[in-house]
Every structure is written in C-alpha cells, then in structure tokens.
Design a protein around this ligand. Structure first.
Ligand code: ZN
Length: 90
C-alpha cells in the first residue's frame, strides 16, 4: 500500500502534478477508476482476510495449509500462500 503514502508526502506540489488541463481530464479519470478498481480488490481481499481471522484461518497457506510465517505476513499482511507456494500459482 505504499502508493497511499505518496499524496500526503507531496501534498505541497499537488496543483503542479495535476494541472487544470481539460485535455488530460479523461486519462486522469481512467487512472482514478483503475486505482479505485485496485482498492476495491484490496478491500475484497481484506474482507476475506478479516473473515479468516474470525475463523482462525488467517496466516495459513491456501495451498498446503501450513503457517505462512510472520516474516512473509509482515511484508505482505494479505499473503495467502506460504513461501513454498508464493509465486508458483496465480
Ligand atoms: Zn503452501
């Protein structure tokens, strides 16, 4: 979620990054809807994770059921696979 930190850090140059240019309006809208799509996916995933926490399934690999491990969960709290299965399936 690093990109969520960006806007606050560069809030001072916000008007420079997004000039009032109507020609760019549509592409900016596209970027925004893409970003919203990503956030909605993350939200859906978070809701899954939250329901897993409720059922004590959080932190288990969805492939083999092993503990994902705090190291991986610390870098990616939404990880759903252990080190063995991360990246091996989509
Ligand atoms: Zn696994």
């Amino acid at each position: 979620m690093t990109y969520l930190d960006g806007p606050t850090a560069s809030a001072g140059s916000f008007s420079e990054d997004f000039p009032a240019n109507t020609q760019n309006r549509n592409s900016e809208d596209d970027k925004l809807s893409l970003l919203l799509n990503e956030l909605e996916k993350k939200l859906t995933r978070m809701e899954e994770v939250l329901s897993q926490i409720d059922t004590a399934g959080y932190g288990k690999c969805e492939e083999c059921g092993a503990d994902i491990g705090t190291e991986i969960l610390r870098s990616d709290p939404l990880a759903s696979r252990c080190g063995l299965h991360r990246g091996s399936a989509s």
